[in-house]
Ligand binder design. Structure first.
Ligand code: PHE
Length: 472
């Protein structure tokens, strides 16, 4: 490309954009759900350990890859491997993975948008009925929302890195933090809310099975937007004078704080709704929580604050999740956009149109795999059970390839690009990093136990999802 590469305008801008990517449905719903089901404070502790000891070094590695090469993931692997054919493969994985994860994440975001609009129309009561979700996801309106969502995302992307992505993050992220806090403070004043807080924060270590530990790891990895080429791409938009370790730490802290705070919203709401609730009966999935359970909880607030009050609360919640999902989608779709620009020399606009066209087709396929089209609903059989097209995309890319991508990043950075080069890149813009404990830890862990853990997760997922048996 002849034009100079775009960059984030400021370090804060970068941190907010990367936090915008990291903070998503994963933080606001999946994390609280997982913590509820898996030992509360105990899960939280394990999760935080994974974020800071395992995921943070991987984030630094991805950012360094991007910033050093000044390229999209495909270009980064090609350039820093000296053109090796073998090392092109992870570059392509780091392109296809975000592309496909975006597709299934878009479908869930479309449903959130649909719920948000219904709440605004005064239909919270309708959302709280058992049958609504199934009817809604199989209605034609889903496609209208999909088009609206794609227009918003691509509208932001078309304005570029600084005026689009960074500006959106600078506006939306502070708004998200404030709204989250306001909602939490309100919920904490409700009757029995403290039961929820207790349940959430008091650790129950007996629930920490190997399965739970592995879930905490996958959750942390996904939540920090790793393994999807996003941090490589965003790294390439970082200025050389900014600190990679410092910025990565800020993103990880923000992401974790939001997740923990979201638990203080969800758990007290659940216990206010039913102080005797048996949490084992709650759905394991975030979708089950967002679309089937939470509307009932929100509606129940009408006893104390009236229907309008309950609707405002529900609207604020869906808006919050929508913003979080939107900023994540912007970051993930920027990966293929950057690749088409860097590798094919396309203009931003042309890259956006090309990707949007393909994604629209695939997202429609995903949206139709909940009953609208039989062949998509029963797309394949895995480990003896029928899986829809949506399930398959999730299992292949989110569950399986994500840890594999992380593993490949670690091995590449330490053994192919080489530790010394990586270390020099981390010191660029952060003189205090040299000689620090953090430096020693990052360099050692990325070449040893972090890839080992990611490998174990990868093998276990393949065994579990494709062969129906877990190795631990
Ligand atoms: N970090 C996001 C979350 O927690 C995951 C994600 C990132 C999903 C980017 C899509 C795109 O939900």
């Amino acid at each position: 490309m002849s034009a100079a590469r775009e960059h984030f305008g400021s370090r804060l801008g970068f941190v907010l954009a990367a936090a915008g990517s990291a903070v998503g449905i994963g933080n606001l719903v999946s994390f609280p759900v997982a913590a509820t089901k898996s030992g509360g404070g105990a899960f939280l502790l394990v999760y935080a350990l994974f974020v800071f000891l395992i995921c943070l070094p991987v984030m630094m590695a991805e950012l360094a890859l991007g910033r050093k090469s000044d390229k999209d993931p495909v270009g980064a692997y090609r350039q820093l491997s000296g053109g090796s054919r073998l090392w092109r493969i992870p570059g392509w994985f780091a392109l296809i993975t975000p592309f496909m994860i975006a597709v299934f994440y878009m479908v869930v975001t479309v449903w959130i948008l649909g719920y948000l609009v219904e709440v605004f129309k005064g239909n919270l009561g309708l959302l709280a009925t058992e049958a609504y979700f199934g009817e809604f996801i199989n209605s034609k309106t889903v496609f209208l929302y999909l088009i609206a969502l794609m227009l918003i995302i691509n509208g932001v992307l078309s304005m570029g890195v600084k005026d689009g992505i960074e500006r959106a993050a600078k506006t939306l992220m502070p708004m998200l933090f404030v709204m989250l806090l306001v909602l939490v403070l309100f919920v904490l004043t409700r009757e029995n809310a403290m039961l929820g807080v207790q349940y959430y924060l008091i650790p129950d270590f007996s629930k920490l099975t190997s399965e739970v530990v592995s879930k905490a790891m996958s959750q942390a990895f996904f939540s920090l937007s790793l393994g999807m080429g996003i941090m490589i791409t965003y790294g390439s938009y970082m200025k050389r004078r900014d600190s990679i370790p410092g910025s990565a730490r800020a993103v990880a802290i923000t992401d974790t704080l939001v997740a923990v705070t979201a638990g203080l919203l969800i758990l007290p709401s659940i216990f206010h709704f039913n102080p005797q609730i048996d949490t084992t009966t709650l759905s394991d999935s975030s979708a089950g929580m967002i679309f089937l359970f939470l509307p009932k909880i929100f509606l129940s607030l009408q006893d104390s604050i009236g229907y309008a009050g309950a609707s405002i609360f529900a609207g604020a919640f869906f808006f919050l999740v929508f913003i979080a999902a939107l900023t994540s989608l912007v970051s993930i779709i920027e990966v293929p956009v950057a690749t088409l620009r860097d590798e094919r020399g396309m203009s931003r606009r042309k890259a956006i149109y090309t990707i949007a066209a393909i994604q629209l087709v695939l997202a429609v396929g995903c949206a139709m795999s909940f009953g609208m089209a039989d062949w998509l609903t029963q797309f394949v059989t895995l480990a003896g059970s029928n899986k829809s097209f949506f399930d398959l995309v999730e299992i292949l890319f989110y569950d399986t390839i994500l840890p594999l991508n992380g593993l490949l990043v670690c091995i590449f950075v330490i053994y192919k690009w080489k530790k010394a080069n990586f270390d020099a890149e981390l010191q660029e813009g952060d003189k205090a990093f040299a000689g620090s404990l953090s430096q020693k830890y990052v360099n050692f862990s990325l070449g040893t136990f972090i890839p080992a853990i990611l490998l174990l997760i990868f093998i276990n997922t393949v065994a579990l999802k494709f062969f129906g048996s877990s190795i631990f």
